[in-house]
Ligand binder design. Structure first.
Ligand SMILES: CC(C)(COP(=O)(O)OP(=O)(O)OC[C@H]1O[C@@H](n2cnc3c(N)ncnc32)[C@H](O)[C@@H]1OP(=O)(O)O)[C@@H](O)C(=O)NCCC(=O)NCCS
Length: 189
């Protein structure tokens, strides 16, 4: 497996992995699914065409017997400024989003590896903490983050929970105590 920065040509496959990872295509949602996937594709492509400072989209890839490359999973990492309504964190922070692994390749340590590279990148940028959100009903992801040392910083309930029974978002944080000030250990493969 290799982990590298995503290129614009990866946008379609990244959108497929994200749409499948985060959206249902069952029953009534089936007709909406292509629209959702197209929206994700446009968002990903735009982020890759004009990346902001300290933003990176990573992909995990493998090669087949003919030497062709295929994507296994993806994640994004960026430095964010706190929004005024956010209780935590109070200063610029490194934030992980859109972590998803193709369902055919799950439970092979791909998400773990992608997160490790994100953590190394955060260290390289000079940060000592890393943040992400997970829905409280996403048991697989919560287990993954718990095992890797992410801890609950804040539970965020919203009005939509009351009206639409949407799950709460949990803000998790990991202290990157292992990284030194001059950490250059990010390995992409
Ligand atoms: C969550 C997700 C990214 C995990 O990807 P993955 O590559 O399968 O995860 P890994 O193989 O690296 O798993 C590492 C550890 O996480 C935990 N874990 C991962 N998937 C799990 C599952 N289905 N059930 C229980 N624990 C799980 C396990 O502890 C696992 O270690 P183990 O396999 O040695 O027991 C993947 O299931 C996915 O894409 N889900 C849909 C999108 C999503 O929910 N993303 C997270 C948004 S916050």
């Amino acid at each position: 497996m290799c982990i590298r920065a995503a290129e614009i040509e990866d946008s379609i496959t990244i959108a497929e992995i994200l749409a499948d990872g985060f959206h249902s295509n069952m029953g009534l949602y089936n007709w909406l699914y292509p629209v959702v996937r197209l929206g994700i594709y446009e968002d990903v492509k735009n982020r890759l065409i004009s990346p902001t400072y300290r933003y990176i989209c990573l992909v995990a890839t493998n090669t087949n017997s003919l030497g062709g490359e295929y994507l296994l999973g993806t994640v994004e990492i960026a430095v964010k400024s706190p929004l005024f309504w956010e209780a935590e964190p109070h200063k610029p922070y490194v934030y992980i989003s859109n972590l998803a692994v193709d369902r055919d390749y799950r439970r092979q340590g791909i998400a773990k590896k992608l997160l490790e590279v994100c953590e190394a990148k955060a260290c390289q940028w000079g940060f000592r903490e890393i943040y992400l959100h997970v829905l409280d009903n996403n048991q697989e992801a919560r287990q993954l983050y718990l095992n890797l040392g992410y801890r609950l910083k804040q539970a965020e309930s919203s009005w939509s929970w009351l009206w639409f029974k949407q799950p709460n978002r949990l803000l998790l944080c990991k202290s990157l105590s292992a990284c030194s000030a001059t950490d250059n250990s990010m390995s992409f493969s």
